[in-house]
Design a protein around this ligand. Structure first.
Ligand code: ATP
Ligand code: MG
Length: 195
C-alpha cells in the first residue's frame, strides 16, 4: 500500500489539513492517508496545547466521512515529546510492507533538516511538501529523490487563527468541518480560563 502520513498538532484540525491530504492522496495515488495527532509537540509550549484526547477526537470527527482517511494514536500513546522520526518508525513497524509518504506544509518542510534523525527520516518515508499561503515551498537542501513538491488549492487557514477566532467570539464555520465547530462548542475549547 501507498500510505500517506499527515502529522500535526490538529488544535484544531481545519480544511487546510484536509485539502492537503486529499490533494496529495489524489496526485500521488495514495491508498490511504493516516492522520497522526502529536502527543506533546516538542516545539510548542505544553500548557498552550489542548489535551491530546480532544485533538484526537476532532481529527476522528473531521476524517470520519472519508473512507481513505484514518487516524492513528501512535504519537499520543508514546511518552514524551513527539518526534516525526518516532512516528515513522512506529508506523513502519506496524505496517512494514507499506510505502510511507509524509505530507507536510511548506512551513514544516523548510525545517525538516533540523528535525531529529533527518537522514533516517528520508530512508523511512518519501516527503511530500505542499504549498501553504504565506510560506515559500522549497526543497532546497533536501534529497531530491525523496521529496515531491505539490501545488494544492490555497487555504489561508491556520489552527492558531481558528483558536484566536473562537476566543474572540468570531465564527470558524467553513474553516473547520461542521462537526469540529460543534465539538469545540460542546467542550468549550479555546476560550480563555476554560479547558
Ligand atoms: P498552528 O497554527 O497551531 O501551528 P497549523 O495550522 O500550522 O497550526 P499544524 O497542526 O501545525 O497546523 O500543521 C500540521 C501540518 O499541516 C504541517 O505540515 C503544516 O504545514 C500543514 N498545514 C497546516 N495548515 C495548512 C494549510 N492551510 N495549507 C497547507 N498545509 C497546511
Ligand atoms: Mg503549525
Amino acid at each position: 500500500m501507498r500510505l500517506g502520513v499527515m502529522g500535526g498538532t490538529f488544535d484544531p484540525i481545519h480544511h487546510g489539513h484536509l485539502v492537503a491530504a486529499s490533494e496529495a492522496s489524489h496526485l500521488l495515488d495514495l491508498d490511504e492517508v493516516v492522520f497522526v495527532p502529536t502527543g506533546q509537540p516538542y516545539k510548542k509550549n505544553v500548557a498552550q496545547v489542548s489535551p491530546a484526547e480532544h485533538r484526537y477526537l476532532m481529527t476522528v470527527v473531521a476524517t470520519a466521512s472519508n473512507p481513505r482517511f484514518t487516524v492513528s494514536r501512535v504519537d499520543i500513546e508514546r511518552e514524551g515529546p513527539t518526534f516525526t522520526l518516532d512516528t515513522l518508525r512506529d508506523l513502519h513497524a506496524q505496517r512494514p510492507d507499506d510505502e510511507l509518504f509524509f505530507i507536510t506544509g511548506a512551513d514544516a518542510l523548510a525545517e525538516i533538516l533540523c528535525w531529529k534523525g533527518a537522514d533516517e527520516l528520508f530512508r523511512l518515508a518519501h516527503f511530500v511538501g505542499v504549498t501553504r499561503p504565506g510560506h515559500e515551498l522549497s526543497g532546497a537542501g533536501l534529497p531530491q529523490n525523496r521529496v515531491t513538491l505539490l501545488e494544492v488549492p490555497a487555504m489561508a487557514i491556520s489552527s492558531t487563527d481558528c483558536r484566536d477566532r473562537v476566543n474572540d467570539g468570531e465564527p470558524v464555520w467553513y474553516l473547520v468541518p461542521d462537526g469540529v465547530v460543534q465539538y469545540i462548542g460542546k467542550h468549550h475549547l479555546y476560550r480563555e480560563n476554560t479547558t
